[in-house]
Each structure stands twice: as C-alpha cells, then as structure tokens.
Design a protein around this ligand. Structure first.
Ligand code: SAM
Ligand code: SF4
Length: 438
C-alpha cells in the first residue's frame, strides 16, 4: 500500500511541476513514506530521516516531509524529535502534499496535517503508466482491530471505492500497456462491507462486493491477470470462493494470512477465526481449484505463545503447504490492545529461533514444490530483461513463479507466452520458449 501511495504522490507532485531526481543530494524536496507495523520499520525510518540533517546543512532550502503511518501515528511529535522535518502528512492527507510543499517553499514554516477522512480522494488514482504490472488501491483503512495491529489506528476506518471508479482506473492502465493488476486493501475481502452495512444490505454468508468487482475487471479486454491482497478468512464466503475459482483472469495464487495455528493465540490476537475454520476455507478453495498456491503471514512470539502453540502453527503450515510466508516476530505497538493489556513475554531469542524454524521448514520443501513444474508448459507474462542475468528474460506464471528464458525477437514485454520448464531451483524456474499465446 505504501508503494502504491508513493507512486500516486509522485504523480501528484509531477502534475504540480516537480520532477524526480536520481540523487538525494540534488533534491529540493525529500519525502519519506513510512510504515509503523513493526518497531524496526519506524526505527529504520527515523535513522534515515536523521541523515538528512547533513544534506540539509548544505541545502537549507530543501523541504523534508514525512508521510504515511508514522506521520499519522506520531504527528507533531515528529517535528519535535526530528528538527530536520518541515512537514508531516498523515495517511489521508497525501493529496495535500503538493500544496503543503509549495507553501513551505514560499514562506517556510512547519506543517502538521494528520486528520483522518471518511472519503478516498479521487486524485489518488494517478499512475506512472507503462509498467506490465500495476497496483490499484480499492479500499483503505481497516475495521478489524486485531489486537497487535496498528493499521486501524494509522489508516482509519474501512472505506471502499465504487466499482465504476476502479474499472475506469484499470481501463486507463490497460490502455497504457498494463497487463496485470494487483488490487490492494488491508482487508480486501471486506471491500464494500462497511458501505453495505450502512445501507442495511450486508448478509455475511453471501455478500461479496469483491466478487462483483473481480467479475467486472475480468471482463476488461487486454487485461490478462488479476491478483489481490490481503483477504481475511472471516470474509471468505462461498460467493467469493466461487468467483475466484471461476474467473479465468484471477490468478490462482492466494495470500491468506494465518498469523497463528493456535486457537488460543488467534483469540488473543482477535483474528475472528479458529484454525479449523481457516483450514476449512483452504480446503474449500483446494476443492474448487485444481492447482492452487497459498502464501501467508505468521507472527511468532506473540504474547504468552508457548512451544505447544508454536507447534500448532507448524502443524497448520504443514497441512496447507504454503509456497511462501512472511514471518514476523511480534513487536508490541503502542496504542494497540495487545501492547496495553498483554505481556511481551516471549524472549527475543525464542522469537528469533521460532522465526528461523519456520523459514527452514519452508525452505526444506521449496525445491520440491518447484520441481513439480519440470517438463510442463507454463503460461508466462513477460516482464523483460532479468536483473540477475541480462542475457535472459523473465516473467511470472499465474501461480506467481518467476520463469527465466532466452528471449526471441518476436516476444515483447507484456506478451503471454508458453514456456516449457526444463530446470528448477528453490527460487525459480528455467525454460524454453514455445509458441506465443498473444
Ligand atoms: N491485513 C492483513 C491481515 O489481516 O493479515 C495484513 C496487514 S499487516 C500490515 C501485515 C502483516 O504484518 C500482518 O499480517 C502481520 O503478520 C504483521 N504484523 C502486524 N502487526 C504486527 C506486530 N505488531 N508485530 C509483528 N507483526 C505484525
Ligand atoms: Fe491489521 Fe490486517 Fe488485522 Fe486489519 S486485518 S487489523 S490490517 S492484521
């Protein structure tokens, strides 16, 4: 979401007459888009912003701003702690940044803009066109209030954009060469839920505005693939599962955050599902889709997590067989329920050890999971020259596997091509081009 916000903000600044420079030392304006999800992310940002002091001493007119979750979380405090900062703009104030920067460049002074808004500003649909893959924010905020999570506090209440506005945005992207979109929402399966609740039409067992949106997007000519992140099991009903199974452009690789396999932990985390409900949802998806990949988020070392709780997470992970997982060590965030009410009592070494165990569990199966593609024909969306080896080109399969192949003059970025997989490693696939799909 931050990447997407940074792109939209860059566009707004370009529209206001600014241009991007490659070197920090040449910048008249420097903006830090920040994350507050873990303490480490905040500390890293503070360290990097601190470095600006030296740069600014040579260029006193430079404007330094902080936007995003940290700006929302700490507001005016940041101006006191970091004298180099000229303005902070919270998560709902991005659209005001060009005006704020102009104001500071004219009259100096320091600005704090951290009000939360009920509406999503339409100007945030700006893109830097030209990429094969693009991100589209379909909703903002989160109403879940998982006990450990700062997001509902920094990004405010859930608000969804209307389907026609999203379809328009995707059409514009496709007209400019985009072939794959990644739809973004903190809890994307709750897309449209807050609005439906207010209108009194929300029926949890069958409502899925995301299914409707995916159906509309599936009909856009020229768009090849649709991905989305992150769904929440609590909202993944049969309407939604039917749509993701049946819509051909929806990639069959789903990121379904688990967080923990222990029901006691899930309850303390306020995740609103049990491990059995989570597994039932995965089972339904596996039954509806012949070949499907899952990825997930896990928190290790959450308050009071025992070895037994941790083993339950490993057990669920073995049952699902994830292709990849982001593993996080629990980091208490001030302002959240868990930080206020539960002890952070799992020692750092134990968190680290559990993190390593899960990573090696995943690594152990990675080569084998990729080996199943050997000899098979895979449809690949061509992304261009490989960063690792300029002689090769790369692309990705529907299941999000990176495929390396030797280019051919009639294959272009954005093409869907068939590649016969000849070799696999734990991280990627290698193959030979067959005929083009179009
Ligand atoms: N909305 C998604 C969901 O419900 O899973 C995830 C969004 S969150 C910004 C990304 C991930 O960060 C979470 O899935 C969780 O694993 C992790 N996370 C959030 N708060 C955390 C905390 N206080 N400590 C460690 N990890 C955390
Ligand atoms: Fe945070 Fe995701 Fe829970 Fe929302 S659903 S509170 S973003 S972890």
């Amino acid at each position: 979401m931050n990447e997407r916000d940074s792109e939209a903000l860059a566009c707004l600044l370009e529209q206001a007459g600014y241009t991007e420079v490659a070197d920090e030392a040449e910048a008249d304006v420097m903006i830090f888009n920040t994350c507050s999800v873990r303490d480490q992310a905040e500390r890293k940002a503070i360290g990097k912003i601190g470095f600006m002091k030296k740069l600014k001493s040579h260029r006193p007119d430079m404007v330094v701003g902080v936007v995003g979750c940290m700006a929302q979380n700490h507001g005016a405090e940041l101006l006191t702690e970091l004298p180099v900062v000229d303005f902070v703009a919270g998560t709902d104030q991005l659209h005001r940044v060009p005006e704020i920067v102009d104001g500071i460049r004219r009259e100096r002074g320091r600005v704090v803009a951290d009000e939360l808004d009920r509406e999503i500003r339409p100007e945030l649909d700006a893109h830097r066109y030209g990429g094969v893959c693009a991100q589209v924010a379909v909703m903002r905020g989160c109403d879940q209030f998982c006990s450990y999570c700062i997001v509902p506090h920094t990004r405010g209440r859930e608000k969804s954009r209307p389907i026609p506005a999203i379809v328009d945005e995707v059409r514009r992207l496709v007209d400019n060469g985009t072939r794959e979109i990644l739809l973004l929402g903190q809890n994307i399966t709750a897309y449209g839920v807050a609005e439906a609740r207010r209108a009194g039409v929300y029926k949890p067992a069958e409502f899925s505005a995301l299914a409707e949106l995916l159906t509309e997007l599936n009909g856009i000519d020229g768009l090849a693939r649709i991905r989305f992140t992150s769904p929440h099991v609590h909202f993944m009903n049969d309407t939604f599962i039917k749509a993701i199974a049946e819509l051909p452009k929806v990639c069959k690789c789903f990121h379904v955050p688990l967080q923990s396999g222990s029901d006691r932990m899930l309850k303390l985390m306020r995740r609103s599902y049990t491990s059995a409900e989570y597994l039932e949802c995965i089972r339904k998806i596996k039954a509806a889709i012949p070949e499907v990949n899952f990825t997930t988020d896990i928190i290790v070392g959450f308050s009071t997590e025992t070895q037994e709780d941790f083993e339950m997470t490993r057990q669920v992970m073995r049952e699902v067989v994830y292709d990849m997982a982001y593993i996080f060590r629990y980091s208490p965030r001030e302002g959240t329920k868990s930080a206020a009410e539960y002890p952070d009592d799992v020692p750092e070494e134990v968190k680290h050890e559990r993190n390593q165990i899960l990573l090696s569990d995943l690594e152990a199966g990675a080569a084998e999971r990729n080996a199943r593609f050997r000899g098979r024909l895979q449809e690949v969306l061509v992304e261009g020259v490989s960063k690792r080896n300029p002689e090769r080109w790369t692309g990705r399969t529907d299941l999000n596997k990176v495929v390396n192949f030797m280019p051919s003059p009639d294959v272009h970025v954005g093409d869907l091509v068939n590649v016969r997989i000849t070799r696999t490693t734990a991280n990627s696939l290698f193959g030979e081009l067959c005929q083009q799909n179009g």
